[in-house]
Design a protein around this ligand. Structure first.
Ligand code: APR
Length: 235
């Protein structure tokens, strides 16, 4: 199937599976590309449970830096297009690896955040939760006195089973799977395209670059998220 043969209207149940490249045009750095976060910061010092247990202040300094940076970023045309498609077509959903909340800010409602959210904190001492998008600097201590923990899936963490179950169910139900801006190297999220393929969905990859699983896709649209989503939706 070629890109020009693709017509969104011929599909009933669409999953948009997004990664950091979805938000690149909004000014949010990706993780592994040029200027990527993990090229500048060692995740073993700033974004894993052992680092948080060892030095919670350093972890919070890193996450407040990221919250401040993302708070200044707006959804891009790609986020808005996906939200519009969802508004006009039932059975459209977003399964995102991103923690920036830009899909929701653009108006998407059916969003599963596989890796948590930069805007949510939880207290592993007393079970309290706290959300504050408007306030980039999160309070560091819960009322019980323990440190708030960013409610993010860090390397080595298990994904929330309810989120993973929702993602797998969406993969099994969709007839079109559109991956946007992910390098496809972090598991178990990177396995999700294979679940959709096994269930007979058509797979589209939107990414300026080739990825390790590009050959799994039926069509690869080599360009940026907003431009290629506009091409896809332009039917
Ligand atoms: N439009 C579309 N794709 C883009 C754009 C753009 N404007 N700019 C870059 N990309 C692509 C890159 O080519 C790359 O393949 O987005 C991808 C980003 O890859 P990563 O930085 O690895 O981000 P992601 O795939 O989301 O990482 C997955 O790894 O570090 C963990 O938890 C973190 O959720 C993250 C996970």
């Amino acid at each position: 199937m070629t890109a020009t043969e693709l017509r969104l209207r011929t599909f009933d149940r669409i999953v948009f599976f997004t990664g950091a490249g979805m938000s690149a045009e909004s000014g949010v750095p990706t993780y592994r590309g040029k200027g990527g976060i993990w090229r500048e910061y060692d995740f073993e010092r700033y974004a894993c449970q052992a680092a948080f247990d060892r030095d919670p202040d350093a972890v919070w300094e890193f996450h407040n830096f990221r919250r401040g940076l993302v708070a200044a970023c707006d959804p891009n045309d790609g986020h808005r297009l996906i939200a519009e498609l969802e508004a006009h077509r039932s059975n459209t959903c977003v399964i995102t690896q991103n923690i920036d909340g830009l899909h929701q800010l653009a108006g998407s409602e059916q969003v599963t955040e596989l890796h948590g959210s930069l805007w949510r904190c939880r207290c592993d001492q007393c079970g309290a939760h706290h959300t504050a998008r408007e306030n980039p600097k999160a309070p560091i201590h819960c009322e019980c006195g323990a440190y708030w923990r960013p409610d993010i899936v860090w390397f080595g963490d298990q994904l929330e089973s309810s989120n993973l179950d929702a993602a797998v169910a969406a993969m099994k139900a969709c007839d079109l799977f559109v991956s946007v801006g992910t390098s496809g190297v972090v598991f178990p999220a990177a396995d999700l395209p294979l679940v959709a393929k096994k269930n007979g969905a058509t797979l589209i990859e939107i990414n300026p670059d080739v990825t390790p699983i590009s050959e799994v896709y039926d069509v690869c649209l080599r360009g940026t998220a907003s431009a290629m989503l506009a091409t896809l939706a332009g039917d």
